[in-house]
Design a protein around this ligand. Structure first.
Ligand code: NAD
Length: 416
């Protein structure tokens, strides 16, 4: 995220714009502008060299009017309270938009996992889980993976929490390994969802998939699976990138081969069958579909003018600033907002949670079928409202989501 953009201000700005369109009662606006709960923990960890370092971690619940709060945990040097607040608010809208019975939350630890050993990361994760244990749980707040966290971290949190409770509690986190209650298809789910909505958008715009070119920023969980599934579905993935830079081949890249290269060298950069480009250049490539799938705040008023694609599918959370959004809208670019485009992860997390609390396993086939059903229905609903109200897709998605949350708050009322 650029130092100049405060993600929480951006999230509030987006919310207020839609609150006006919806004519929400003032008390609901005031409540929704602030998170319900913010926890800051300072977590001591014995490093491998015997020294003790203290890390700062956060867990923010934005809203739980519609069900237990839900959201990932991020490990990154730039993690800060305002970023976590914004991400928590976006989770509230996301779960409401796809109509699953969850609220919104997010967590994070300010750390640089790239400079830490696996043992240090495990101790950090377990101590953080212990510190927030009173505030999470299957009926309360359910963490999941996010940037630089994955199924291993979730297994450690599930284990630590279960030890504290004295019984196995798989439903406390989602995104676990399948051997401890994880669900098949969770790892690929966000990337698969990104590609499902890209495919639906192509159908609407009359772009044949076999002719559509795709550039993807970020080659982590979301970016890699989006690249792989897009490639397998017949799209031509011409560029991908990671934090070290990007690669471009107008004839197309094979994501599996790029991943092999990344596994051996640590980056996509240097892949033989492509030329090197910067992350900025990737965003400005002349392609049909751009998928930002790394960090927030990368499409801004400074570069939006130079973006010349037909569709942007926001794999990352908050990649487009409100000023950039306006510019892209005026240019006629279809922007599929994050809360729809990357909702695949939380949808399958919901399936995992249902599987855990009912102790009933789901098949991969059922996961994929239900994911498609929910996403296509949300996509159609958003496109329909955007036409009816003559607003862009983000505003339409926000209107549907915020209205659902508001209805739940009105039904519950303000106690006491
Ligand atoms: P990840 O850690 O697996 O991957 C992140 C990728 O981004 C890596 O390839 C990294 O090298 C790259 N990156 C980091 N900083 C960068 C920079 N400044 N420029 C370009 N590339 C950079 O994370 P992820 O889970 O794939 O998450 C990516 C985004 O998607 C985040 O915004 C996250 O909140 C969002 N998201 C993730 C999920 C999920 O299920 N994992 C679900 C919804 C949304």
């Amino acid at each position: 995220m650029s130092d100049l953009i405060n993600p929480y201000s951006m999230a509030i700005e987006q919310f207020e714009r839609v609150a006006k369109l919806l004519d929400l009662p003032n008390w609901i606006i005031e409540i929704l502008k602030k998170p319900k709960r913010e926890i800051i923990v300072h977590v001591p960890v014995v490093m491998d060299n015997g020294e003790v370092r203290v890390f700062t971690g956060y867990r923010v619940v934005h809203n739980d009017a519609r069900g237990p709060a839900k959201g990932g945990i991020r490990y990154h040097p730039n993690v800060n309270l305002d970023e976590v607040r914004a991400l928590a608010m976006w989770m509230t809208w996301k779960t409401a938009l796809v109509n699953i019975p969850f609220g919104g939350a997010k967590g994070g630890i300010k750390c640089n996992p790239k400079e830490m050993s696996d043992a240090e990361i495990e101790r950090l994760t377990r101590r953080y889980a212990y510190a927030i244990a009173d505030f999470i749980g299957p009926d309360v707040d359910i963490p999941a993976p996010d940037v630089y966290t994955d199924s291993r971290h979730m297994a450690w949190i599930m284990d630590t929490y279960s030890m504290l409770k004295g019984r196995p509690v798989p439903g406390v986190v989602t995104g676990k390994p399948t051997c401890v209650g994880g669900i098949p298809g969770r790892k690929e789910a966000t990337g698969r969802g990104v590609v499902i909505v890209a495919r639906e958008a192509c159908r609407r715009l009359g772009i044949p998939i076999s002719k559509a070119t795709v550039a993807i920023q970020g080659f982590g969980n979301v970016g890699y699976h989006a690249a792989l599934i897009a490639h397998d579905m017949g799209f031509r993935v011409v560029a991908v990138s990671d934090s070290k830079g990007g690669i471009y081949n107008p004839n197309g890249l094979n994501p599996r081969k790029v991943m092999e290269h990344k596994k051996t060298t640590g980056s996509v950069v240097g892949f033989k069958e492509a030329k090197s480009i910067s992350n900025e250049e990737l965003l400005e490539l002349n392609v049909d579909i751009l998928i930002p799938a790394a960090v927030e705040g990368v499409i801004t008023a400074r570069n939006a003018d130079r973006i010349n694609v037909k569709i942007i599918v926001e794999g990352a959370n908050g990649p487009t600033t409100p000023e950039a959004d306006q510019i892209l809208y005026e240019k006629g670019i279809m922007v599929i907002p994050d809360i729809l485009a990357n909702a695949g992860g939380v949808i399958v997390s919901y399936f995992e949670w249902v599987q855990n609390i009912t102790w009933t396993p789901w098949s991969l086939e059922k996961v994929r079928r239900e994911l498609e059903r929910i996403l296509i229905s949300a996509f159609n609903e958003v496109v329909k409202l955007s036409k009816e109200r003559e607003v862009n897709l983000r505003e339409a998605a926000y209107m549907i989501a915020i209205n659902r949350v508001s209805e739940a708050m009105k039904a519950r009322g303000l106690w006491p």
